[in-house]
Design a protein around this ligand. Structure first.
Ligand SMILES: [Zn+2]
Length: 106
């Protein structure tokens, strides 16, 4: 499973880099209509990427927070023994089962 998590993280990081690169290029575009079209396409791509990331996280057993669309992935905080949304701070207690299901993203 860690290989899958690492692969998904790598794909998301690469996608974010490409979106930022294209956003920088779009800012330099002199044609306002073309710039608007590219920026809209980038916003759509970013939303699709976040949805795919959230769906993958959900399939891996992560909890999603519904404070935004696309949803945010809640991450485990050991000191709180809870998963916490990085966007809004919403916290959900984690009941620790025998053999703990700790996840660690490289
Ligand atoms: Zn949230």
């Amino acid at each position: 499973m860690l290989d899958s998590v690492a692969a998904i993280k790598s794909l998301v990081d690469t996608s974010k880099s490409l979106i930022e690169l294209f956003r920088t290029l779009a800012e330099r575009c002199k044609d306002p209509a073309l710039r608007d079209e590219v920026e809209q396409a980038l916003a759509d791509a970013e939303t699709r990427m976040k949805l795919a990331q959230a769906e993958s996280a959900k399939n891996l057993g992560f909890t999603l927070c519904e404070c935004t669309w696309p949803p945010n992935i809640m991450l485990y905080k050991r000191d709180l023994n809870a998963v916490v949304c990085p966007q809004c701070g919403h916290r959900r207690s984690k009941i620790k089962a025998a053999g703990s299901n700790r996840r660690r993203i490289p």
